[in-house]
Design a protein around this ligand. Structure first.
Ligand code: HEC
Length: 207
């Protein structure tokens, strides 16, 4: 997969050309830490791994549970374990990570602002055409690597995310009970279901 690394200019270098120079202007030197390409790349790898790990572990878990106990058991597993698994990957990889969507089942999955922006921009795009994100930016709390991987709807997902009339009654009942505000139905195979996202801090070179 081709990785697009967007290195944003260091904010501290920008110059306000419109401002009138004041004689005794000795502006406080706000020096942004020098960009370390190796540290940027490390953080990107970390974010990428965390998003990938969360995606594969959740999918494996749900498909296994579907095969072993059927969809109702799988919902229980998913709803009991998805958040815990997410926290586990977060702890293991030391990165912020999650799944988000414009049509949420669990409102806790709304994701940070930059993920919401990507979701809004890709809304309606078929999953195969959606371009993920892989960039390093200077965020409000320092330099961070951000990764988004589009999530596609596949055939096994339809039991729980497909058209309401295609969802088995027992599944519908459990979903209604656990997720009274569920918006995550009505999908077809190939639709973009949402985003797997991760954000890793770039280690600073200076102590
Ligand atoms: C057995 C039912 C079931 C199946 C099958 C299923 N899901 Fe889900 N899905 C859920 C439940 C339950 C949640 C809410 C989990 C939580 O509480 O965090 C969820 C949440 C999600 C979320 C997080 C965003 C949100 O709406 O809260 C994504 C993304 C998602 N599913 C994608 C998929 C994809 C892709 C597939 C197929 C590979 C799939 N799901 C298959 C039940 C299912």
């Amino acid at each position: 997969m081709k990785m697009l690394v967007v290195l944003l200019a260091v904010a501290g270098c920008s110059r306000d050309t419109a401002s009138v120079p004041t004689p005794k202007a000795d502006p406080p030197e706000v020096k942004a830490a020098p960009v370390d390409p190796a540290a940027d790349a490390d953080a990107l790898v970390k974010a990428n791994e965390a998003a990938g790990l969360l995606g594969t572990s959740l999918k494996q878990r749900i498909l296994q549970e579907m095969a072993d106990g059927g969809p109702v058991a799988a919902i229980a597993a998913c709803s009991d374990e998805a958040q815990a698994l997410t926290a586990q990957v977060r702890g293991q990889k030391q990165v912020a990570v999650g799944r988000a969507s414009t049509k949420l089942r669990n409102p806790n999955n709304s994701g940070p602002e930059w993920v919401k922006e990507w979701l809004a921009a890709t809304e309606g795009t078929p999953a195969a055409e959606a371009t993920g994100l892989s960039e390093v930016v200077n965020g409000p709390n320092g330099r961070v690597a951000r990764v988004i991987k589009p999530i596609a709807v596949e055939a096994p997902c339809l039991t729980c995310h497909g058209a309401p009339e295609a969802i088995p009654e027992d599944v519908k009942a459990v979903l209604a009970e656990r997720y009274p505000k569920d918006q995550a139905t009505g999908y077809a195979v190939g639709d973009l279901r949402g985003a797997l996202w991760a954000e890793a801090r770039v280690a600073s070179a200076t102590p």
